[in-house]
Design a protein around this ligand. Sequence first.
Ligand code: HEM
Length: 489
Amino acid sequence: RFSKKIPEGLQRLPGPNPLPVIGNALELGNDPHLSLTSMGKRYGDVFQIRIGMRPVVILSGSETIRQALLKQGDEFSSRPDLHSFSYITDGKSLAFSTDQVGVWRARRKLAYSALRSFSNLKGTTPEYSCMLEEHICKEAETLISEINTVMKTEGSFDPFRYIVVSVANVICGMCFGRRYNHDDEELLNLVNLSDEFTKVTGSGNLADFIPFLRYLPDKTMKTFVAITIRFNEFVSKIVSEHYATYNKDNIRDITDSLIDHCEDRKLDENANVQMSDEKIVGIVNDLFGAGFDTVTTALSWSLMYLVAYPEIEKKLFKELKDNVGLDRSPLLADRGNLPYMESFILEMFRHSSFVPFTIPHCTSKDTSLNGYFIPKDTCVFINQWQVNHDPELWKDPSAFIPERFLSADGKEVNKVEGEKVMAFSIGKRRCIGEVIARNEVFLFLATLIQRLHFHALPGEPLDFTPKYGLTMKFKRQHLKASMRQREKL
Ligand code: HEM
């Protein structure tokens, strides 16, 4: 691959010199989003490093990434065959596997339409515009009463531990037609274990590139494998129960609708893409897996910012009080009337950039970008963190300023500024849960801010330092919450 001849008119990729065997692994360090952003300053928007023996191209800069993922989308939308990905859903994941393009496209379409139809289903009462809204609003109510109870008994709480169950219940409701109590051991054991998962799936996990590292007694990789097994068992059990009680005339949830699709397909002799039932029903693993950790992380970061910037929390509360009132819970229809809330959420995505890189991509044929030659099957990392902190795009990028997204009169969100934030990737691989995720973050957060006031434990400084991974989290730390007393306001 190295010796591939560079076609005439194209240049060899720039980048740091690699060491034998380990390549540039040492330069990646513990925070690859930061080290690769600094390298980008030196080598430009398209450069190459080597991790182990394998070349990896790093893309930065909004324009360059748009060129690759939108204009040259067909060439930049495959996934590399990485060791750790082979464990996820037994190597049959929609998001992580190296499916042929036709198979991936057909699965993605199925996943997308199942998600859309189950979130748009009518709610059980007319106050909700759709089932998704109903699920979120009800979970938000339960979350508030859970936080209230733990505050009374313990005096502080770990936000992640509570939010994760509520968020997991929203996606469980759609995928499996069920929810779990906040003290359900089986769910808690599963969803509280995502740390090792995100660490191993983050771009630049060395064991994916340097084979001998896989055989060292590394706890992270072992825990990761154990988590994927436990996760697959959890979902398989629910799927078997669905098969046993499946009734064509009563499709209860996304799992049923995927089973139904397999049944229909058996009758359809003209189906042009061959897919096993496992690959179809396995889509629920991806939806469930992608659906809780990301949204929970977004909400955990949001609470941290509220606590760190009490004057921003005050403004958010006032906006809610003036535009929604305090007698009913916020609804999706209120979103357009809460521009400061919308700006706060955009700034949370930008400033935290908690998905610093997309899932790694891979070239599907020999190609070129900005005049540089990139051979087929090259692994490509897309640096979303860099786009969100690029001083060319943002004034004072390291400061947390929701107002940067407001129009001059403060009455609406500046859409063009908002679209500059990169959190869900773009192009053919972009996140299929974006609408659901944005709705969840908005509704959970608006309800929490309307009902609770958050603060830090006295004398304990907040530690925002993110731990690198596919989704970056900070160290778990307890917060305090007090109910807003409606009568006093
Ligand atoms: C993929 C972000 C929530 C389902 C992705 C990717 C990103 C992302 C960056 C990788 C895109 C790429 O490789 O170029 C987020 C963020 C979320 C979120 C920031 C929440 C705040 C969700 C939810 C669901 C979901 C709620 C499902 C209900 C998926 C799936 C993929 C994906 C299935 C794989 C797409 C593919 O490979 O074709 N997401 N996501 N995500 N996301 Fe999300």
